[in-house]
Design a binder for this molecule. Structure first.
Ligand code: 5U1
Length: 681
C-alpha cells in the first residue's frame, strides 16, 4: 500500500466517522460473528479515541455512535410508544407431540383450500426464544428507537437500554431502507445467567429466578447503567413497519436479509415442506434443546410465502399463518418432601430438596439443589412447601421460588447440621466462604466414594465397570480405604460382593490393570486436587512434563503455568505438601500406575507444540476423544471453536459450522488420515 505523504490530516468529523465505521465493523465481528479481528485492547483504543473526539466536539455525537452503548442517563419512568404496526402475538399449539405440527398444517391447508393431493405447503421453521419481544426501529439505517411489545398496540421506550446490547447494531450494514422495524427477542444465554447467579451467590446476594425474567427485568430497568451490567443477547425474527425497501418474498428470505444487515439471526432454522418437514424439525430441535446455549419453550412454524401469509390473514390478535409448537415446560410446581445434606468430593455440604416426582423440561425430577445454607435460607425452602422447580439444559434442577401462601403450619426453616451427616466429623464454614465443609477428609465415607469415582471416571484413568454401586460396597465394607487399595483388590474380594459374578469380577480386575497405563494429565486430574480440572491438568503436564517437578513446584513456579492463578497455584501446592497425598501418589506408582514423562525441554521439542487444532464431525476410525489425546500427546492444543489462531481443523463426516468457519478464515482443513500423517512426521 502506498502512502500519500501530502494527504491532509482528517478533520475531527472525518476521523469520528472513520472510527465509528471501524468500531461498528469490529463490534459485529465480535458480538454477532464471534470472530474478532483485533485484540480487545485495540478496540478499546479506537473507542477511547472516538470518545475523546466526541467530548471535544459534542456536535459530532450521533445516535448510532458506539459510545452511546454505555448506560447513559437514568430515566424517570418508561415512556409509552405507539407501535406503527401492531405487535401481534402468536397462537400456541400446546399438544407437544407430532400431532401439534400436523394439526397446524391441516389448518393452513384447509384455509388455503388445498386438497390432500395438492403440493405440500412450504414453511419457515425457527426457534421460540424464551425472552422479551422487542421492536427496533431503524431510520436511514440508524437505530432510533427500541420498544417493548406492551399490549401490542403500545409498548415502552427502552432505547437507551437496548443500545447497551453489543449484538444489536446501532447502524445497519449496506444500503439501508428509509424505515425498517425489526422484531425479535432479547434473551439471556444460560451460561451468562449461571455466571450472574454465581456472582450473586459469592456476594451472598439474592439469585435471579430464570434467564427470561432476568432479561425482561434488565430491559425494563430505569437506569441503563444497570442494564449494561447484564449480559443480554438478541435474535431477530420478523419485521414491523417498512418503508423504502423491497421486502423479500419469503420469511426465510427476510431472515437472510436481516442477517445481511448485521442483525443476529439464529442459525437453527430451516425451510420445511408440509407436516412431515415440521414434525422432523420439532424432533430435531427437541433432541438438541438441552444442548442449546439458551432457553427455548418451543419452535415456531410460519408459512414461508409472504403472499400466502397475506391470503391467510389474522384472527383477532394472532396471524393464521404462524404457530408456536411447545415443548414440555421447564418450570413446574411440586412439593418438598425432605431436605437432605449431601457430601461432595471436597467435603462440601450441599442441601438438596427431595421433591415429589415431577416432569420438568422433558425429564422426571426428584431432587433440586439448594446450593448452600445462605441460599436455602434466602429462598426459605421448608419441608412440606409447594415450590416452583426449574430444569433447563444440563443444569441441575433448582427450586426457583416458594409459594409461601401454601405453607403448612409448623414448617421450620432449614439449618445446616454442625456435623457431617455421613461421618459425624465437624462441619465448618471458613471465613469468607459460602460453603460448609466436612473436616473428615478421606476418613469420610462420602468423600472417599466421590474421590474413587472421580479417579475412575472416563476422563481420568478410566476404570470401566467401577460405578456407583460397586464403589459404595467397597467403601462401606471397608475393602477400599485409599486409591491404591483399588489395585490391591483380588478376585475373591470382588466376587464376594453382592451381585458380582466371577466373570464381572474378572472384568473389573482387567479394567484396573488396563487403567495403570495412563497419561500424566489424566492421572493429575484423577487425583481430585481442588480447582484442577482437565484443562489445568493438561496445562500442568505440558508445562512441567513430569510429576516430580509438579509435586516439588513452589507457588511462584506454578503461577508460570498457562491459566494458573493464585487460588489454583495455592491449591496444588497445598495438596502436594500433605504427606498423605504424596504417600497416595507413591503407592499408586508402586502399584504400577505409569505414564510417559519428559523434561519440559523434551516436550517443547514435540512435533505439534504451539499448534492449535479444532475437531469437528465424525471420524472414520477414531473417537473424538482419541483424536484429541493423540494430538495433545504430540504437544498440540485442541480448542473448541475456530478462530484466526486455529492452525488446523480436522473434519470428519457431517462437519458443521466449524468447517464453514475454517474455510471462511482460510484455516487449513485435514481429514483423519491427514491428521494421522501429520502425527507420523
Ligand atoms: N421465532 C419467533 N418467535 N416469535 C414470536 N417468531 C415469532 N413470531 C412471533 C412471535 C410472537 O409473532 C409473529 C408470528 C407475529
Amino acid at each position: 500500500m502506498t502512502q500519500d505523504l501530502f494527504a491532509a490530516e482528517p478533520t475531527p468529523a472525518e476521523r469520528a466517522s472513520e472510527l465509528r465505521a471501524q468500531l461498528h465493523h469490529h463490534a459485529h465481528r465480535y458480538y454477532v460473528l464471534d470472530t474478532p479481528e483485533i485484540p480487545d485492547a485495540e478496540y478499546d483504543r479506537l473507542f477511547q479515541e472516538l470518545q475523546a473526539i466526541e467530548a471535544a466536539h459534542p456536535e459530532l455525537l450521533t445516535p448510532d455512535s458506539p459510545t452511546q452503548r454505555v448506560g447513559g442517563k437514568v430515566l424517570d419512568g418508561l415512556v409509552p410508544v405507539r407501535h406503527a404496526v401492531p405487535m401481534l402475538s402468536i397462537q400456541t399449539e400446546t399438544d407437544t407431540t407430532a400431532g401439534g405440527a400436523e394439526a397446524f398444517d391441516a389448518r393452513v391447508r384447509r384455509e388455503l383450500g388445498r386438497t390432500d393431493t395438492e403440493a405440500p405447503v412450504e414453511y419457515a421453521a425457527e426457534l421460540k426464544f424464551d425472552g422479551l419481544a422487542i421492536n427496533l426501529r431503524y431510520e436511514q439505517g440508524v437505530l432510533v428507537q427500541a420498544a417493548t411489545r406492551g399490549d401490542g398496540e403500545t409498548g415502552e421506550d427502552v432505547t437507551q437500554n437496548i443500545r447497551t446490547i453489543g449484538q444489536i447494531p446501532l447502524r445497519l450494514y449496506g444500503a439501508a431502507p428509509e424505515v425498517l422495524e425489526v422484531r425479535g427477542e432479547v434473551y439471556m444465554r444460560r451460561d451468562d445467567f449461571e455466571r450472574l447467579n454465581e456472582r450473586q451467590r459469592e456476594k451472598g446476594e439474592k439469585t435471579y429466578i430464570n434467564p427470561r425474567n432476568t432479561a425482561a427485568g434488565a430491559v425494563r430497568q430505569l437506569d441503563p447503567a444497570v442494564t449494561a451490567q447484564r449480559p443480554l443477547s438478541f435474535f431477530a425474527y420478523g419485521m414491523g413497519e417498512v418503508r423504502g425497501w423491497v421486502v423479500p418474498g419469503t420469511h426465510s428470505g427476510l431472515l437472510d436479509a436481516l442477517a445481511a444487515f448485521g442483525l443476529p439471526v439464529c442459525a437453527d432454522r430451516c425451510v420445511a415442506l408440509g407436516a412431515n418437514g415440521l414434525v422432523a424439525f420439532h424432533a430435531q430441535i427437541a433432541a438438541k434443546r438441552d444442548a442449546l446455549p439458551f432457553d427455548i419453550d418451543g419452535v415456531v412454524y410460519k408459512v414461508n410465502s409472504l403472499a400466502l401469509q397475506r391470503e391467510l390473514g389474522f384472527k383477532t390478535r394472532e396471524p393464521r399463518w404462524a404457530v408456536a409448537h411447545k415443548y414440555p415446560a421447564q418450570e413446574q410446581l411440586t412439593t418438598v418432601q425432605a431436605i437432605d445434606v449431601q457430601v461432595g468430593r471436597t467435603g462440601k455440604l450441599t442441601p438438596v430438596a427431595k421433591l415429589a416426582p415431577v416432569f420438568v423440561g422433558g425429564v422426571t425430577v426428584t431432587n433440586a439443589t439448594l446450593h448452600n445454607e445462605s441460599e436455602a435460607r434466602r429462598k426459605d425452602v421448608r419441608v412440606g412447601d409447594t415450590v416452583i422447580v426449574r430444569r433447563a439444559g444440563d443444569v441441575i434442577p433448582e427450586v426457583v421460588a416458594v409459594l409461601t401462601d401454601k405453607r403448612l403450619d409448623g414448617a421450620q426453616p432449614f439449618t445446616m447440621p454442625t456435623r457431617c451427616p455421613v461421618c459425624g466429623s465437624e462441619a465448618v464454614r471458613e471465613d469468607g466462604e459460602v460453603d460448609h465443609r466436612c473436616t473428615g477428609g478421606l476418613f469420610c465415607g462420602a468423600q472417599r466414594k466421590q474421590a474413587i469415582l472421580h479417579y475412575a471416571q472416563r476422563r481420568a484413568v478410566d476404570i470401566e465397570g467401577l460405578g456407583d454401586k460397586l464403589v459404595e460396597q467397597l467403601v462401606d465394607g471397608d475393602v477400599v480405604k485409599t486409591l491404591p487399595d483399588l489395585y490391591r483388590l483380588g478376585l475373591m474380594a470382588l466376587a464376594n460382593l453382592d451381585r458380582m459374578a466371577q466373570k464381572s469380577a474378572q472384568n473389573v480386575l482387567d479394567a484396573l490393570e488396563k487403567s495403570k497405563q495412563t497419561t500424566l494429565p489424566r492421572f493429575l486430574f484423577g487425583l481430585g486436587i481442588r480447582h484442577v480440572g482437565e484443562a489445568t491438568a493438561k496445562d500442568l503436564a505440558r508445562h512441567f512434563g513430569n510429576l516430580d517437578d509438579i509435586m516439588a513446584a513452589s507457588e511462584e513456579r506454578l503461577l508460570e503455568v498457562n491459566d494458573v492463578g493464585p487460588t489454583v497455584a495455592q491449591s496444588i501446592h497445598t495438596f502436594f505438601q500433605q504427606p498423605h497425598n504424596r504417600e497416595v501418589v507413591e503407592q499408586l506408582r508402586a502399584c504400577g500406575v505409569r505414564w510417559e514423562e519428559g523434561t519440559p525441554a523434551e516436550r517443547a521439542a514435540q512435533p505439534l507444540t504451539g499448534k492449535t487444532f479444532v475437531l469437528t464431525g465424525t471420524f472414520p476410525t477414531l473417537r473424538r476423544e482419541e483424536a484429541k489425546e493423540l494430538l495433545e500427546a504430540a504437544g498440540a492444543k485442541v480448542a473448541g471453536s475456530v478462530s484466526k489462531k486455529t492452525d488446523y481443523v480436522v473434519a470428519g463426516e457431517e462437519a458443521g459450522s466449524k468447517l464453514d468457519k475454517a474455510r471462511e478464515l482460510g484455516v487449513a482443513v485435514l481429514d483423519e488420515a491427514g491428521m494421522l500423517a501429520l502425527l507420523a512426521t
